[in-house]
Design a protein around this ligand. Structure first.
Ligand SMILES: CC(C)(COP(=O)(O)OP(=O)(O)OC[C@H]1O[C@@H](n2cnc3c(N)ncnc32)[C@H](O)[C@@H]1OP(=O)(O)O)[C@@H](O)C(=O)NCCC(=O)NCCS
Length: 432
């Protein structure tokens, strides 16, 4: 396997120096070296409060991490495992009308024995400087807690929907006409391949998505080592009249105590056509012996509430999921198209400096954008957190203005809001 370019980028010298002053060694953990790989992966699992991985799990995790730039922080007084971990890789982020390279950040952990000494701050700032140095315009992550990453300039940009469906009550309101395609069960290997291919085929259709990787789909399909629910994983796939796969769902069924009924827990639904999604939802809502279904990471405009007779049987919770951080205003904003013309001067505040400045944003009739640094007076002022939040088109600028987080003339804010919002709603269907 060839080393991806980003794994070769050396570690950030500022973070290295600051951590060295604390007696810590901040360096690449090389997945080709057994001791580095094992220490990094065991520390990563410990950091996320997981059980210590088995050898088979370690081998599978190592395959995934080989494609990433892994960094460990080592304390000579604390054994051979790193006391903090982080990794990153460059992946396409889908945007309205295009995509941009994104610096994905994951495996952020600091050992419980070393918490609150500024180690995470050095990890995160080191990643942002490395990304900017490599010319990557945007960084992204998914977060275990919503309170951690705003301080580094990340905004909650891709909200998603969690549904809980009372299937006994919902009733099917969608069409009863026979489908032109077929829904059939799929074995786990087929399921993993379907999910992978469908994600690749569909991710450009909505802003906010990133590329997946083999290990992600194996986990969804119940093929990951150490998955305690692996035996319970089932899959269905939808094929059209020509036999082309247009949708797949991975799920488990868990028996509810004492009632002879089960809960259907959806791990993933990925579709490339409306019909495939409707047929999968029909399968869920009408499933015999099931009284409840749960799913997360759905787009906020998922049609489910309009496919059932009783909308109150569908509990929908919107929550933060995809977090983005603009590093290069020009490269980031010109990588997408916009929903309405715009001519506005934005002042962007960024305590870390990357995106700070006064920028004239001009969007033409075709939705294409031009950015120029300007000395004209700003009409709208916002922080990099807020710019990053509205960037993918899933969060209205007007909502942030109402919260007192974007300031400016009401007409200018509303023009900004109209231009940045996008349809269909952005989504991010995986954790990374
Ligand atoms: C979250 C975690 C990485 C923080 O590491 P840390 O080294 O203790 O953090 P730092 O000392 O660098 O603190 C940096 C800042 O984040 C804040 N912070 C740290 N952990 C936080 C948390 N869990 N929630 C909210 N704020 C947090 C600190 O108060 C500090 O704020 P300040 O800079 O404004 O003073 C660590 O607690 C951890 O490993 N948790 C378990 C794994 C996890 O949740 N990782 C995140 C994956 S998305």
């Amino acid at each position: 396997m060839t080393e991806p370019e980003e794994t070769l980028i050396s570690v950030d010298p500022d973070s290295q120096r600051r951590l060295r002053e604390k007696g810590l060694d901040y360096r690449i953990a090389d997945m080709a070296v057994d001791a580095d790989a094992e220490g990094f992966l065991r520390a990563d699992s410990r950091g996320f409060l997981d059980e210590d991985p088995t050898d088979a799990e370690l081998a599978q995790m190592r395959e995934t991490m080989r494609a990433r730039r892994n960094i460990g922080v080592y304390d000579p007084a604390a054994g051979s495992w790193p006391i903090a971990t982080v990794n990153s890789w460059v992946t396409p982020l889908s945007l309205p009308g295009g995509e941009v390279d994104m610096w994905a950040i994951s495996s952020v952990t600091v050992a419980g024995t070393h918490r609150r000494r500024g180690i995470a701050r050095n990890l995160l700032e080191g990643e942002l400087r490395a990304a900017a140095g490599a010319g990557v315009a945007v960084a992204g992550l998914t977060a275990s807690e919503a309170t951690i990453y705003g301080r580094y300039g990340f905004g909650s940009a891709v909200p998603v929907m969690r549904f809980t469906v009372d299937t006994a009550r919902a009733g099917w309101r969608g069409s009863d006409a026979p489908s032109t395609g077929r829904l059939v069960y799929a074995d786990k290997q087929t399921l993993a391949t379907d999910l992978e291919q469908l994600h690749e085929a569909s991710r450009a259709r909505r802003s906010g998505q990133v590329a997946g990787w083999r290990g992600r789909w194996q986990r969804m399909a119940g093929l990951a080592e150490g998955d305690k629910e692996a035996a319970a994983v089932r899959g269905v796939r939808f094929t059209d009249a020509d036999g082309a796969v247009q949708g797949a769902m991975a799920y488990t069924l868990a028996e509810l105590p004492g009632v002879f009924r089960s809960e259907l827990r959806i791990r993933s639904i990925i579709t490339t056509s409306d019909e495939a999604l409707r047929e999968i939802w029909r399968f869920v809502v009408q499933h015999d012996l099931v009284t409840r279904a749960r799913v997360d990471l759905r787009p906020v405009d998922d049609p489910l509430p309009w496919l059932v007779s009783d909308q109150r049987a569908v509990t929908a919770e919107v929550h933060d999921h995809g977090w983005l951080r603009v590093l290069d205003v020009d490269a980031a904003l010109t990588a997408r198209t916009y929903s309405a013309p715009l001519d506005i001067v934005l002042r962007v505040d960024d305590p870390l400096g990357f995106a700070a400045g006064d920028w004239r944003v001009t969007v033409d009739e075709r939705g294409r954008c031009r950015i120029t640094a300007t000395s004209d007076s700003p009409e709208v002022t916002l922080g990099v957190v807020e710019l990053s939040a509205i960037y993918a088109g899933g969060v209205p600028a007007a909502q942030l203005a109402a919260a007192g987080r974007i300031h400016g003339d009401a007409d200018a804010v509303s023009a900004l809001s109209r231009a940045f919002l996008t349809t269909p709603s952005p989504v991010l269907g995986i954790w990374y």
